[in-house]
Design a binder for this molecule. Structure first.
Ligand SMILES: Nc1ncnc2c1ncn2[C@@H]1O[C@H](COP(=O)(O)OP(=O)(O)OP(=O)(O)O)[C@@H](O)[C@H]1O
Length: 291
């Protein structure tokens, strides 16, 4: 069976301009992703976890078609992804709602671009607002909604135009812990109801184990897939307290074991990047003073 999404030997390199004071500017290649291989099945909930700066968002942008790989390819239903399309819905960390539109109009937006007639559009949008538990809030504007509610609307908007795949880039990272947990179980319920293929990016190990059927652990930059772990829970929404289940705790430890060296490496990279930036800045400044 062909995979819904097949990421094959994907590389991504950015050319980053270094500011060397007024001396010169050099564009240097920075490898963000290297040799990424991953197949995602139809209807699967795949979580990608990795340290800060390892290329998670870069990978999601490639899947969304917002940027192109420097090497390799990504296939959706066997065909290369060539750009953004309504077959993929995206939910970002920041709510990305139109502030001048009501919740209902925000959800209707994708349907409008798809050419769905007005009446039908409204009915579908209302159905998805109900699905995310916000019936009664249709006419509120984003500033009248809490962070969690805004993110529910963003999810409803992405689902309303019926994409095959939902791409989620740390969608709950900006929320408080309680709201995050509520939305995690809501998302599982929605996934069980819609059976969309979901690729969910996170920093959070607990979130990864709770949501994913499989969790792909990434290395520090340049990001590679270090290991893919199966999470064998069947009925996650009906289990009372899954997070304290011994198997859950074991999986959380296993992923942390894989991740901790990468987190340390990523932190060292960050420190050396800022030291280098400081050094270049002071060099540039020194040269200016002598000139
Ligand atoms: N447009 C760009 N131009 C240059 N470098 C970039 C660009 N986008 C990302 N990078 C670099 O690529 C690397 C990966 O970035 P990315 O945002 O994908 O990581 P991430 O894992 O999503 O990080 P975080 O968890 O902190 O959000 C970083 O070193 C980043 O600085």
């Amino acid at each position: 069976m062909t995979a819904k999404i097949s990421i094959q030997q994907v590389q991504k390199t950015f050319r980053v301009k270094r500011n060397l004071g007024h001396l010169k500017e050099e564009a240097q290649p920075v490898s963000a992703l290297q040799d990424i291989n991953l197949d995602v099945k139809q209807g699967e909930f795949m979580v990608i976890v990795g340290p800060s700066g390892c290329g998670k968002s870069t990978l999601l942008d490639l899947l969304a078609g917002l940027t192109k790989p420097s090497g390799g390819q990504i296939l959706l239903d066997g065909k290369p992804i060539t750009g953004p399309n309504l077959d993929r819905g995206i939910v970002f960390q920041q709510y990305a709602l139109f502030p001048w539109k009501t919740a209902l109009a925000n959800v209707e937006f994708g349907l409008e671009t798809k050419g769905v007639p007005r009446k039908e559009r409204r009915a579908i949008a209302q159905q998805f607002i109900r699905l995310v538990g916000l019936a009664g809030f249709e006419n509120r504007y984003p500033h009248e909604l809490s962070g969690g509610m805004k993110q529910r609307i963003a999810i409803a908007r992405s689902l309303a135009y019926d994409p095959d795949v939902l791409l989620m880039d740390e969608p709950f990272a900006a929320l408080d812990a309680q709201t995050r947990e509520t939305l995690q179980s809501e998302l599982l319920r929605i996934w069980e109801a819609t059976r969309k293929t979901i690729i969910f990016i996170t920093h959070g190990i607990e979130e990864a184990v709770y949501l994913g059927q499989r969790v792909a652990v990434m290395t520090s930059r340049p990001g590679r897939i270090k290991e893919v772990i199966d999470i064998p829970f069947e009925a996650r929404t009906s289990e009372e307290d899954l997070r304290s289940n011994p198997e859950f705790v074991k999986l959380r430890h296993r992923i942390w074991d894989l991740l901790k060296d990468e987190v340390h490496k990523a932190q060292e990279q960050e420190i050396s990047k800022s030291l280098q930036a400081g050094h270049l800045k002071s060099n540039g400044k020194g040269a200016a003073e002598h000139g």
